[in-house]
Design a binder for this molecule. Structure first.
Ligand code: SME
Length: 155
């Protein structure tokens, strides 16, 4: 596992890179896709990286990279819906121990979900990252992914 200092430094560099890339964009889909591409290819423990977006009461997959994902997540079930219900970042060290976890790929072992708010502060979805190792995500991932997700609507 990456040590804490290295992890924070890497996130700091990626944050600057993403801010620069999104600087002139006013397109949320472009912003989300760019964030996913950078994170997925620069963080080596990110096995699946993507957004799930709320629409008409359903939570459906948005821009992502990694193996084929579930398109529609059963309402009020699993980690992504827990992020929507609480409006808080959710870290799961072992997905097998999370009641209702939805396994789109059996290789996923740990997961982090970060709420996505629009410019009015309305919850519109989540960023979801899976790792194929247990306990990959901690407070450093939470802090930096929350900062990065804020760039979708305020770059
Ligand atoms: N595990 C998620 C579903 C999405 S996949 O991880 C890509 C969940 O329980 O909500």
């Amino acid at each position: 596992m990456m040590d804490s200092q290295k992890k924070a430094e890497r996130y700091g560099r990626l944050y600057d890179q993403i801010s620069g890339l999104l600087h002139k964009s006013n397109n949320m889909l472009s912003n989300m896709s760019t964030i996913i591409a950078v994170l997925h290819h620069k963080m080596d423990y990110f096995f699946w990286t993507g957004f799930y977006l709320l629409q008409d009461g359903r939570l459906q997959v948005g821009p992502y990279q990694g193996s084929l994902a579930c398109i529609d997540l059963q309402k009020d079930t699993g980690v992504c819906w827990a992020g929507i219900q609480t409006g808080q970042t959710v870290i799961v060290d072992d997905v097998a121990a999370f009641p209702g976890h939805i396994a789109c790929d059996a290789r996923s072992c740990s997961e982090i979900v970060v709420p996505l708010l629009d410019q009015e502060g309305k919850l519109v979805g989540v960023l979801d990252v899976d790792s194929s190792s247990k306990s990959s995500f901690d407070e450093i991932d939470a802090l930096w992914l929350e900062r990065i997700v804020r760039l979708v609507y305020s770059s």
